[in-house]
Design a protein around this ligand. Structure first.
Ligand code: SF4
Length: 482
């Protein structure tokens, strides 16, 4: 049996995955090894996922972004799912979660793992629900069977809602929105109908043995996360967190890498406290947060309401942000929603990395600002988080090639362009000597972390095409602005 990254790290070994991660993050390999050994960071890296370019999740490293993809019962289209995977990776997702609950689960998952250069996560209880006649009929054996099969397929991390306990359920009674996690609500119903403890909790050690065999990272799901501001930071949420802390230690005892999932919907002033509490209760295991949304009033714009919270969470130490799209609470996201959600979350992650003074993080900002002040439009587009959109917006009003040399844009116009006026004034009195100094982005410690438009990824590893059932899909079919 090949051992897990955490066991090899504890034994003092620097694995090829740790070497690669150190290279991507510009960190010392020994520092990476210690972070993994101590459980402060994880490298989701199933032995069977051959197309993976290893990455690391931990508060000492660049903040990562997950994109959820996957079909639903009402919208099932395996080819569309692969296009979403491609869109997600193209726009910088550091991991993807296949949350499919519709048809062709195995085929969709296998195709995703076969194509994905980023870790693929799943929530195995969704497949268990599909295989049981009734969710209340799910057995521990069925759950273990699903988990083992997905581990063999190459899933890099799995969300397991093992912290939802029978004794926690009454604590949710006074909530405005009850239990909003899909996994949490399924398990709560199972517990109530069967009158016994959560099978993911009672079977957790067996689950850990499967995870250890394949090096699947466990993502401890927060099944009782708040679904609105009024329910945030309540007794049910924190009772589950205590259980997640105990399960973290159990998983570590089995040599399994662990991250812990967090809320959800949280007012701004409670976010840092939530992150701090998770760190204490879960002994520094990486925190993977969904948003959180900082207000409940803006369906249709929840990529924004949640990116605000995600920035605050990452600033306080969350290691990975699960993106939210504009479709949250309203419908299954489509490709353009995936793009908008990822842009919002990559901005959140980068803003936190700059504020947390991550080595070299601000170099990207400086390089773009210099290009802007130089009126180097092509360089601006190239450096933009979403180059295709930046170019398209500029060209909507000034499409000609001659405008790529222009010392203004259509916002203020030539006469009132403040940067042109300022530059001319400085040129005239000879003060321009060091304003245009160029940031050497290629030589920056953040060079690989921040290469647009593919986020933290080696662009060479992003597939140009995806083929399924003899049909080839290319980026041009999926990116409206290309
Ligand atoms: S016209 Fe205004 S917005 Fe456009 S480059 Fe000049 S200062 Fe910036």
């Amino acid at each position: 049996m090949v051992e897990t990254q955490i066991l090899r790290a504890r034994a003092g070994e620097i694995t090829p995955a740790m070497e690669r991660v150190a290279e991507r993050e510009n960190r010392d390999p020994e520092f990476v090894r210690r972070q993994v050994a101590d459980g402060r960071a994880v490298i989701p890296n199933n032995h069977a996922h051959e197309s993976l370019d290893p990455m690391i999740i931990g508060r000492e490293f660049s903040t990562k972004v997950n994109a959820n993809i996957g079909n639903s019962e009402t919208t099932s289209d395996p080819e569309g799912e692969l296009r979403k995977l491609h869109t997600a990776v193209h726009y910088g997702a550091d991991t993807v979660m296949d949350l499919s609950t519709g048809e062709a689960l195995d085929e969709t998952r296998e195709a995703n793992i076969g194509q994905s250069p980023v870790p693929v996560g799943t929530v195995p209880i969704y497949e268990a629900v599909k295989r049981a006649d009734d969710p209340a009929d799910i057995t521990r054996e069925l759950l273990l069977d699903v988990i083992e099969k997905q581990a063999e397929q190459g899933v890099d991390y799995m969300t397991v809602h093992a912290g939802v306990l029978m004794e926690h359920l009454p604590l949710t009674d006074g909530r405005k929105t009850g239990i909003v996690s899909r996994g949490g609500s399924i398990l709560a119903r199972w517990i109530e109908e069967n009158g016994t403890q959560n099978p993911l909790y009672t079977g957790f050690e067996e689950i850990c043995e499967i995870f250890a065999e394949h090096d699947v990272t466990v993502s401890l799901g927060d099944g009782l996360r708040p679904g609105c501001l009024a329910d945030a930071s309540d007794e049910a949420q924190f009772a589950e967190l205590e259980t997640l802390g105990a399960l973290t230690r159990t998983a570590w005892d089995h040599g399994v890498q662990v991250m812990v999932e967090g809320p959800g919907h949280v007012p701004m002033d409670e976010i840092a406290g939530n992150v701090e509490r998770q760190r204490e209760v879960c002994d520094g295991a990486p925190f993977y947060v969904l948003g959180p949304l900082v207000t409940d009033i803006a369906p249709g714009y929840d990529h924004i309401t949640s990116a605000i919270g995600a920035t605050e969470a990452a600033r306080a130490g969350a290691a990975m942000l699960c993106y939210v799209t504009p479709k949250e609470h309203l419908g299954l996201p489509e490709e353009e929603d995936v793009r908008d959600g990822l842009a919002a979350y990559r901005i959140a992650a980068h803003a936190a990395d700059v504020a947390n003074d991550l080595p070299g993080a601000r170099d990207w900002d400086d390089a773009l600002s210099e290009a802007r002040y130089e009126f180097d439009w092509r360089r601006q587009f190239e450096l933009a988080l979403d180059p295709e959109r930046a170019r398209r917006y500029h060209d909507q009003t000034l499409p000609g090639d001659n405008y790529k040399e222009a010392r203004f844009c259509s916002m203020c116009g030539a006469e009132f362009c403040s940067m042109r006026i300022d530059r001319d004034a400085r040129d005239a009195d000879g003060e321009m000597t060091d304003i245009g100094d160029e940031t050497d982005l290629d030589g920056s410690p953040a060079a690989e972390v921040n290469v647009p438009p593919v986020g933290t990824h080696d662009a060479g590893r992003v597939p140009d095409e995806i083929e399924i059932d003899g049909i080839t899909f290319t980026p041009a079919e999926s990116h409206a602005d290309d």
